[in-house]
Design a protein. Structure first.
Lengths: 295, 312, 300
């Protein structure tokens, strides 16, 4: 077989396999959306779930997912950016720094179920936070921190060193330089990275089964005082997220339309993740254009 | 430089200590809030109960407690009840350690906890759950004797034709050995513990078990009566139909209590809720218990203790 | 006079510098405390099976029978360990060539289609929750395998196929980065010598990027190893080493999720599950070290 034929065959095989992957992926997405889209309606998105009757919705779960996301990001972003800045600006190259780097790496590859079990043992039981949004948010913070650190580091590294040096040469303190020169430039990368990380939170279930719980108590959507028990904003109430709800409905659902609910909820989940991805891209592009003045 | 390092460390330490302090304060505040919420209930009449209750545990009992708690909270707006799954083991652990006020369980506490810990818990039986062996619709069997079931679940019989069905391989869809449903089934249907056979499927969740049994040729499993529908065949046990009446009069033995444990005697709000669980309103024929496929505790003509001894 | 003025300027400046240093240091400290407490708690729970309950370490690692409720209770976790390794490695074997092909397509053959179509789709694949993967696996792959092969459809084959989908984005992304970061001169030199595209890919690109590809594969295996819910739904969960790829078996994660909620904390059954979690955690360390080692080689 001549080299040319081999080349043609190989190219053909690669194109074929890539096509196959694309087909499988589209088939997967299509399958989920096709089965689920028919069930999505305004009523489905806003009404509470039913245990045994038909016609339950996913309203509280959708709200819980979003609220948990916000809560997690409130904790994760400052911590992650802070740690990222330390790693890229303050840490001196040496044994300790590389040990810290190793720790971050290990943390980022911990299986989510381990994070969930740790959450159950320490956050839920030892700290006595119970199955709550806050416990869930803390577990997810553990889960997302390493990612956030890496993203921040990446963003800061993309800042031209001249810009940093120019600022320092003007006698501006290092911290101020980081805050007002480096971070803004790194912002597009940090932002789109955090949105992708947020998408991950949205789909996580294993860690939340053990921390945020599997029930959604009565919510009073007219009461926005976070200290009230029924308030949707109370961080100490248990909260079932969309991904956990899919798991529960699939495995224990008694409602006659459990399959449709699971399918509909899956489709909603996928669409949301899709929106996150598109949002991250669009935002990244927009910020890039604005900050680099490339018109 | 060294000095700065020391200062940093000191600052960090004090900050983290402060953070810890805050944490404990919060915890204490929560405790106080809960306590002060509960306090008035002792003096006041039951008309305005208040307090917050956490009921966690059994996923089999969760839908019922969830449903009833919603109605209870509508009647008593001062009480907030949170219902959690997590499994019987989690529920018993949490109530025993005081993290939950109520521990929901499919099994007697003695079967999961150490004797001294179980002794501290007070049992409140709120409903009965019966289970039926179910098969795939194509196996051609609608009744199995106890011995036949034992033979199937211990792997002695591996083909449906040996128990009067078609020529098809038997596929067991079991529960994990830690499951309360399995414990009940083994204790009262088989009368013996079984091993996990090679090739058997194990799923904890009833929905998944039903799906697998309905789709897999030759499959046998067991489900609570509330999960039964047309997609699977429910078997008679020694010729007795698995239905509510047969369970109530004691002729169908594969059932278990659903327990709601409290540690010691419950406080006023919890007691009111537990009383409501077994009230006529919840337990009658139109109540939640029946609607959701459980069997009312009041209907039972037989009683059973933790050791499994049945009395009329 | 002048001196004190200087100080007035310098003090807020220095204070500001301190704020930055202390704040970022606290953040990193939090991270470190978290991981050490995780290791500590999981280890103390996992080790209590051996210390408090007196289970022999060797029995747990090499035993074939898992009967925590039996008389006497037996804690042989080898079937789970075997299940975890076989599903995750098989998943990588399926996903690695696919990921490499997709990467070659996206970098070498058609960057345009790659960027505008393949990459977003693959990123989206990474965002699909594992619960959904598990459900699709249970509704599509398991019935398909049941019809095509002897057995009930569940088992290592179904598990690793679902996992292959889940780790494909990881492997593809890293492979793509590796191919894209290759110096252009390397390929051009090869073409200039008259090599075909395939020869260039096979003889030059693949060997040069091999350590990076391996990193992607190990990362994929690590992710597959720790995945819980999706696997539990399609693996069958019998605590035995299976005789075929289509026979029900268990993994470490599926054993944990299946029984963790049903057992009471502190009981020997529960502690044994924590021991499985400990094994899972130790394996994470091993994977991280392998990745480190591979990355060290990449730099050479």
């Amino acid at each position: 077989m001549s080299a040319k034929t081999a080349d043609k065959i190989a190219t053909g095989v690669i194109v074929f396999i890539t096509g196959l992957i694309a087909l499988a992926l589209l088939g997967l997405l299509g399958y989920i959306l096709f089965r689920g889209l028919g069930h999505i309606s305004w009523h489905f998105l806003t009404s509470p779930p039913e245990t045994i009757r038909k016609g339950g919705g996913i309203g509280p779960q959708l709200f819980n997912s979003l609220f948990l996301l916000v809560l997690t990001m409130i904790i994760t972003v400052p911590l992650g950016i802070g740690a990222g800045i330390y790693m890229s600006e303050y840490a001196k190259a040496g044994k300790i720094t590389s040990a810290i780097r190793l720790v971050v790496e290990v943390l980022s590859s911990f299986p989510s179920i381990i994070v969930g079990l740790f959450g159950l043992l320490v956050i839920v039981n030892k700290f006595n936070l119970g199955f709550s949004l806050l416990s869930g948010a803390l577990a997810l913070t553990i889960f997302n921190l390493p990612l956030m650190v890496r993203i921040t580091e990446q963003g800061l590294r993309s800042v031209p060193v001249q810009q940093k040096e120019a600022s320092l040469a003007l006698g501006i303190s290092k911290w101020k330089t980081i805050r007002s020169v480096q971070l803004p430039i790194a912002l597009p990368i940090v932002l789109s990275g955090s949105i992708l990380a947020a998408g991950r939170i949205f789909g996580e279930a294993a860690a939340l089964l053990f921390t945020a719980g599997m029930s959604s108590p009565r919510l009073d959507f007219s009461d926005w005082n976070p200290l009230h028990n029924d308030s949707p904003l109370n961080p100490l109430r248990p909260a079932e997220t969309l991904a956990v709800h899919i798991w529960k409905v699939n495995s224990e659902g008694l409602a006659p339309d459990a399959t449709q609910i699971a399918a509909g909820a899956s489709a909603v989940l996928i669409i949301t993740v899709l929106l996150f991805n598109l949002g991250a891209r669009a935002l990244g592009r927009y910020m890039h254009n604005r900050f680099t003045a490339s018109k | 430089m060294k000095k700065s390092l020391i200062v940093t460390m000191a600052l960090t330490l004090s900050l983290s200590l402060a953070a810890c302090g805050n944490n404990t304060n919060n915890g204490a505040n929560n405790g106080n809030a809960a306590a002060s919420n509960n306090a008035p209930t002792n003096n006041a009449a039951s008309a305005d109960l208040s307090g917050s209750i956490l009921a966690s545990g059994s996923t089999a009992l969760q839908p019922l407690v969830d449903q009833v708690s919603k109605e209870f909270m509508e009647k008593n707006s001062g009480v907030s009840i949170q219902v959690q799954g997590g499994g019987s083991g989690t529920g018993l652990t949490q109530v025993s350690e005081g993290q939950a006020q109520i521990g929901n369980s499919d099994v007697f506490a003695e079967e999961k906890l150490d004797a001294d810990k179980a002794a501290e818990l007070v049992d409140h039986q709120v409903a009965v759950v019966a289970m039926a062996a179910v098969t795939n619709k194509d196996v051609g069997v609608d009744n199995l004797t106890k011995q036949q079931l034992v033979d199937i679940f211990t792997g002695k019989v591996t083909n449906w034709k040996d128990v009067g069905g078609k020529d098809a391989k038997i596929q067991i869809v079991n529960r994990p050995s830690s499951s309360g449903t399995r414990a009940t089934f083994e204790k009262f249907a088989l009368g013996t513990k079984t091993e996990d056979l090679e090739g058997s499927i194990q799923e904890d969740a009833s929905g998944t078990v039903k799906k697998l049994v309905s789709e897999t040729p030759g499959a046998i499993g067991y489900l609570a009566l509330s999960y039964l529908d047309d997609s699977v065949t429910a078997l008679k046990y020694d010729g007795v139909d698995a239905n509510v009446d047969n369970v109530a009069n004691g002729s169908y033995p594969v059932w278990a209590y659903e327990h709601m444990y409290t540690k010691g005697e419950p406080d006023a709000a919890t007691k009111a809720f537990l009383d409501y669980m077994v009230s006529e309103e919840v337990q009658n024929d139109e109540g939640d218990v029946v609607e959701m496929g459980y069997i009312p505790i009041s209907k039972m003509e037989v009683k059973r203790d933790a050791a499994g001894a049945v009395t009329k | 006079m002048k001196k004190s003025n200087d100080r007035e300027v310098a003090t807020p400046h220095l204070a500001e510098e301190w704020v930055g240093k202390v704040y970022t240091f606290i953040c990193i400290l939090f991270l470190i405390i978290t991981i050490f407490s995780m290791v500590y708690f999981v280890a103390s729970k996992g080790l209590s099976t051996f210390i408090v309950n007196g289970v022999n370490v060797k029995d747990l690692l090499t035993g074939l029978k898992w009967k925590p409720d039996g008389e006497p209770p037996m804690f042989g976790a080898l079937p789970f360990i075997f299940g975890s390794f076989s599903t995750s490695i098989l998943a990588a074997i399926i996903a690695a060539p696919l990921g490499f092909c997709a990467a070659v397509f996206m970098v070498e053959l058609s960057p345009k289609i790659g960027r505008t179509f393949m990459q977003p789709v693959i990123e989206l694949l990474a965002g699909i929750p594992s619960v959904v993967y598990g459900f699709v696996g249970l509704s599509v792959i398991v019935p398909l395998f049941r019809d095509l092969f002897p057995g009930q459809g569940v088992g290592i084959a179904a598990g690793s196929l679902v996992l292959a989908f889940m780790i494909l984005p990881t492997i593809t992304t890293i492979a793509t980065d590796a191919l894209a970061s290759l110096p252009a001169g390397l390929k051009e030199g090869s073409y200039a010598l008259g090599a075909t595209r395939w020869q260039t890919i096979y003889r030059i690109v693949l060997p040069t990027t091999l350590p990076a590809q391996m990193t992607g594969i190990v990362l994929g295996i690590a992710r597959a190893f720790g995945e819980a819910l999706a696997v539990q739904m399609v693996i069958g969960n019998a605590p035995h080493i299976p005789n075929s790829l289509f026979e029900s078996t268990s993994t470490l994660t599926s054993a944990i999720t299946l029984s963790m909620g049903n057992t009471a904390m502190g009981s020997v059954q529960n502690n044994a599950l924590w021991s499985l979690a400990l094994i899972l955690m130790l394996m994470t360390f091993v994977f991280v070290f392998i990745i480190r080692w591979l990355e060290g080689r990449k730099k050479l």
